[in-house]
Every structure is written in C-alpha cells, then in structure tokens.
Design a binder for this molecule. Structure first.
Ligand code: PLP
Length: 439
C-alpha cells in the first residue's frame, strides 16, 4: 500500500514533535507510523492518502457518538455564537452537572476537567484529604493515567511482576521512586490479597482505585461477589472506594459499570465519551468528599480551561443523545452481532483466542479461550501476533489501534451500522482463519 504521504508527514513531524506524535500511544506499532487522518465522518476515518477505514478505535472510546455527529457540531456552533467563553461559569455548567448527578449512581457533586489523567489526579487528592491518609491500593493490569501519583505498579513487564508487590514498578522514567512507596499493587479478583492488603495497611490507605471492568487489560471483569466484597471491606476500613470509569462510563449504559453491576463506589471518574469527542472528563461522588474542594473546602482544584464552554455544550449534547430511546438499543444490537460473529469465527477456525466485551468496547486476547481474571492470565498473549493482525486489518480497510500489542480495548460508535460490523467480521475472518494453530 502506498504510504508515501504518511511517511513524509511523519518524517517532518519528527523534526518538531518528539517521536512525531503529541501522545505517545498515537504511534501505531503495527503500522510503524501514526495514523495521519485527513478527516472522519460517522463510523469512518480517512488517511492522508485518501483511503477510507471503518474506525474500530473511535478515539480510544471518546468517539462513542462517532465522528462529526450533528449534535456535537451544533454544540460547537452554539459555543462560538456565545463568544467561545472560557473561564466563566454559565447556566450550561449547572445543567451538565445536574445531568451527571442524575445519571451516575455515586454522583452527588461533580467537577469537570479535560482529560482522564487530570480527573484521577484531582480525585486522589480529595480522597487523601478526606481520609487524612496517603496510600493507594491499586490493581495490576488496571490503568489510571500517566501522572506521578498512579503511573506505578499497574503494568510491570512479566519478569518484574514478582517484585511489583514489594517494590512497585515505576512505569515512566522521570517519576521519582518515592511515589512508589505510596502504592500498594495487588492482583485483581483475588479476595485474599485484598483482605491481606487492607489488614496490613488499612489505617494508612486513603483509597482503593480500580477499573471495575478492566478495559486496559483483556476486559477483565469482576468475579461474582468481588465488587460487593470491595465495597464492604473499604467501608469497614474507612477507605474511599474509587471507580475509574474514564473508559467504561457510558459504554453499556448511561450510569456506567456501577449501574451495570449494581455496586456503587464512593467516588468515580468519568470521561472520554462524555465530551462527544471534545476534551471533557469529570470526577464525582459523595457530597462529603466532593465538598472538600475549594472554595467549599481545603482541597485545591482549579484551572483556566476547566469545563470549557465548548466541551460543556458538547457534553450536554452527548447526554441528550445517550438518553434517546434508540441509543443503547442500537449499541446492544451491534454488540450482539459483532460478538456472535467473532465467536463463530473462533469456533469455525478453532482459534486459540477470546474477545471479551462490555457494551461498545472489547479486547482481543490471544493464547487462551477463557476470560482472564487477573493480569498474569494475559501473559500467554502474543503482542507480535496481535500487531500482525492489526496491520492485516488496516490493509483491508479496518482500523484497529494498537497499544504496543497488549490486549487493550477497541470499539465502535452509535453511528456504526450493521454493514460496518459485517465488513469488520469479514475482514477478521480473512485475517484470522490462516492463524489456526499459531495463536
Ligand atoms: C481507565 C482510564 N483512566 C484514565 C485514563 C487517562 O485518560 P486520558 O488519556 O484522557 O488522560 C485512561 C485513558 O485511556 C483510562 O482508560
């Protein structure tokens, strides 16, 4: 395939942008370059060579409305007509906050910011102030953003796993090791490890943070009773239960995994899809914790661009769309069609893989047919093979993003159609069938 325009753009970008990308994971390692897009519309994206792709990344889950949704366009035009106001409160901020408090089970108060990393950073701070404690229990395989407070102990390379529990693995150069002293990583879905961590450190622990469905690692789901146990143990120990729903919010239902699974945390983050493709995230929870923020309380959270009017109006538009009767029923139909099709391909071609899903997102895990329950269950997965699969799909007009080949998340939008899913299935069958015996 001709990639000459992409290659020369990539080369020029590398002269002025480190690595040629504004976000490290934008390099698609399967392709060897970032997807330089020229435009997007509905379920489709076009590259700078003019080729059209069914988009199965959907902006890492932010484009649940698809690309160029008319309701988002209208919100942006309204923001422009109001002077693209920045750093003011408006009636729309109150309206969006009220809506979030209506639909997210744990939300009694909410604050808005732009990214998921910001949201986890600020909410951790309030949890610490509220409890007067500093430590964080977190789960291996879960991901909560790239900052010093939490980019530690989540994804140690397999040889470092045994050490991770004693010396949490720092996931980026430049993060001082001192931060690792505040992190207690434990395996997910392991009641004894949870009980042990709380028994050993409970009176120093401010929060337990988790992705309740671990989209960043093989879509691991909580075992029956596990969330209930977490709820009970944290409550008894005076620890804040913190769901990071930056990715899982809105994917299966409007209230997130806390609604889907019926266990309500004390606080949570929500994001990605919330802004309809514009930068908007939020953190919310019990009033007594959220009212720790200045000027109501002593915890600082402030920012020039917090809750930019453009994103707030897009957020209102997103929630209005998501509350329309056909929204989740359409996503559910696509989910049923896609996974019936994939399971049929796996069966017919006797493939050693599984595609676990929750709502409009799914992960591809190679090397086993049973769902993973914890991080180390994914070590059977071959990153190289997944990269080959992603490249072969790209060559056939279906875009899957790569996160270094790990079994991370993919997904579709409400503008995807049955025909899009048919195309994805036929490409997947073409690519996967020859891999029998190799996964
Ligand atoms: C669960 C979770 N938390 C936090 C983040 C960080 O969000 P952002 O990339 O918007 O900073 C992500 C991003 O993928 C995420 O999946």
């Amino acid at each position: 395939m001709d990639t000459s325009t992409t290659s020369s753009l990539y080369e020029r970008a590398r002269r002025v942008i480190p690595g040629g990308v504004c976000s490290a994971t934008r390099l698609n390692r399967a392709l060897g370059f970032p997807f330089f897009a020229s435009r997007g519309e509905g379920s489709r994206v076009w590259d700078v060579e003019g080729r059209e792709f069914v988009d199965m990344c959907c902006s890492h889950g932010a484009a649940l409305l698809g690309h160029g949704h008319p309701a988002v366009g209208e919100a942006v035009r309204k923001a422009i007509s109001l002077g693209t106001l920045c750093s003011f409160e408006t009636e729309y901020h109150e309206a969006l906050a009220r809506k979030v408090c209506e639909v997210i089970p744990c939300a009694e108060r909410v604050r808005f910011c732009s990214s998921g990393s910001e949201a986890t950073l600020h909410l951790i701070r309030a949890c610490r102030a509220y409890t007067g404690r500093d430590k964080i229990i977190r789960f291996e395989g879960n991901f909560h953003g790239y900052h010093e407070l939490i980019y530690i102990g989540g994804a140690p390379p397999p040889p470092a796993l045994a050490r991770n529990r004693a010396h949490p693995y720092v996931e980026s150069a430049g993060i001082p090791d001192q931060f690792a002293k505040l992190i207690i990583p434990i395996p997910y879905n392991d009641p004894e490890a949870l009980r042990g961590a709380i028994a050993d450190h409970g009176d120093e622990v401010a929060l337990v943070i988790l992705e309740p469905v671990v989209f960043n690692c093989a879509c691991i789901k909580p075992q029956p009773g596990y969330l209930e146990l977490l709820r009970e143990l944290t409550q008894d120990a005076g620890i804040v239960l913190f769901y990071d729903e930056i990715l899982s919010s809105f994917k299966k239902s409007i209230g997130g995994v806390q609604q889907d699974m019926g266990v309500t945390p004390d606080v949570c983050t929500i994001g990605k899809a919330l802004g309809g493709g514009l930068p908007l995230s939020a953190f919310c929870g019990k009033a007594e914790i959220m009212d720790m923020y200045r000027p109501a309380g002593p915890v600082q959270h402030s920012g020039t661009f917090n809750a930019h009017l453009t994103a707030v109006l897009a957020g209102l538009a997103f929630l209005e769309e998501a509350q329309k009767p056909g929204f989740y029923s359409h996503l559910r139909e696509l989910e049923a069609q896609l996974h019936a099709g994939i399971n049929r391909i796996i069966e017919d071609h006797d493939l050693n893989m599984i595609v676990p899903h929750h709502g409009a997102r799914f992960d591809i895990l190679l090397g086993r047919r049973e769902p993973a329950l914890r991080y180390e269950d994914t070590f059977c997965h071959s990153k190289e093979t997944l990269l080959k699969i992603i490249k072969a799909c790209w060559q056939r007009g279906v875009y899957f993003h790569d996160y270094g080949g790990i079994p991370a998340h993919h997904g579709y939008s409400v503008q995807h159609t049955r025909e899009d899913i048919e195309k994805v299935l036929s490409v997947l069958e073409d690519v996967l069938a020859p891999l029998k015996g190799q996964l």
